[in-house]
Design a protein around this ligand. Structure first.
Ligand code: 2P0
Length: 358
């Protein structure tokens, strides 16, 4: 404990990207224990795999000032230079959940300053990038207190902590492709943190993700409500089995560079995610008419040109258009000519696979 007194004040800064799931995390289980034997939060009901993005990032600095009283945990939060009270509860919950794993935190008053590189309220979730950036900063403090720490431990625990902020955030610590959740055929996968998948074929390097902003409004269904819909869902068990099988399949696809099979699996996963929401009670339709217009245009374009481009969706109306870098020019032309009309204010964001937090 005496080492905790060695760092009186410190400041760190990390940027962490968003990520886009190929096999989707949708549903949690709540009777698992963490490695300290406590009931674990944020345990996925099925494994997921994602591309880490590069341009959509949250940049967060944390200042730690040692304080005399360790009774009240305290922090201030600034978003783009302004004090923001409405984000505080989620951050408060994050700190409450990680406290037992980071007992040194209560010795400090923490000032958090954060900004996103993408427009806020764009319908792009910032919880993955935001919570990952926060977790990295906490680990920097831990590393200052314990300089012997290995890089492997640093990143593993960062992912573990990020998960406690937002499940999908544990996939944003590393790149380029990350698996999270126990998988029957992946020996080192874990429900507690993400691991990077490093066997992707050349064809999946530099994959592009152009995010079409169809609806920038407030999310109709929060992720917490969304995941809860999978309890007592009539198709839940089949879905969880399918996700296991799809992860087995996509690992082979990524290894072999089988872009045609990639397209089928990824689009099917996106529609299945939305099918789960349409068949839950209560039920939701999160796609908008323009989402469907875009999907149909992509299918037509692919049939006519044989250019390997496909879509995926998050829990909202925006469309992620995925394609290899060597067709970038043609696809961007197509997006400009045919898809921009369906985007709110004509807005879209060009992103691509990235390497994780920095
Ligand atoms: C995913 N999503 O795999 C899935 C697909 C959205 C659709 O993970 O409750 O913000 O914080 O664990 O991670 C969004 O849910 O939920 C999500 P919590 P999270 O990316």
């Amino acid at each position: 404990a005496s080492t905790f007194n060695l760092v009186q004040s410190a400041q760190f800064s990390w940027e962490a990207p968003s990520n886009i799931a190929l096999v989707k995390y949708w549903g949690k289980i709540d009777n698992e224990l963490d490695f300290q034997g406590n009931k674990a939060s944020q345990i996925p009901a099925n494994p997921s795999i994602s591309f880490t993005l590069n341009n959509c990032k949250t940049i967060t600095s944390l200042s730690f000032e040692q304080k005399s009283s360790t009774e009240d945990f305290s922090f201030d939060f600034y978003f783009e230079g302004q004090k923001k009270e409405d984000f505080k509860p989620k951050i408060q919950k994050f700190f409450e959940r990680i406290e037992v794993f980071c007992p040194y935190l209560k010795n400090y008053h923490i000032t958090i300053e954060s900004e996103n590189t993408f427009p806020h309220s764009s319908g792009i979730a910032s919880s993955a990038s935001g919570m990952a950036a926060l977790a990295m900063n906490v680990m920097s403090l831990e590393k200052a207190l314990n300089p012997e720490m290995s890089d492997d431990y640093f990143f593993k625990k960062a992912s573990f902590l990020a998960r406690l902020g937002s499940g999908s955030a544990c996939r944003s610590v590393k790149g380029e492709v990350v698996i999270w959740g126990h998988h029957k055929d992946t020996s080192d996968s874990s429900n507690l943190y993400g691991i990077d998948f490093v066997e992707s074929h050349e064809k999946f390097k530099n994959f592009q993700d152009t995010i079409l902003l169809v609806d920038k409004g407030e999310k109709q269904v929060s992720s917490t409500v969304g995941h809860n819909l999978m309890y007592n869902h009539p198709f839940a068990n089949q879905r969880f089995v399918q996700a296991q099988d799809n992860l087995t399949a996509i690992k082979e696809i990524l290894k072999n560079g089988d872009v045609d099979s990639f397209i089928k699996l990824v689009e099917s996963e996106a529609l299945t995610l939305h099918a789960m929401m349409m068949t839950s009670m209560p039920y939701f339709i999160l796609m908008k008419p323009n989402t469907l217009e875009i999907i149909n245009k992509i299918w037509k374009f692919r049939t006519e040109t044989a250019i390997p481009v496909c879509f995926t969706l998050d829990a909202g109306a925006n469309v992620h258009v995925l394609y290899p870098e060597n067709v970038k020019e043609k696809v961007l032309q197509f997006i400009q000519n045919e898809l921009v009309a369906y985007c709110q204010n004509g807005q879209y964001i060009c992103d691509q696979i990235g390497n994780g937090a920095n």
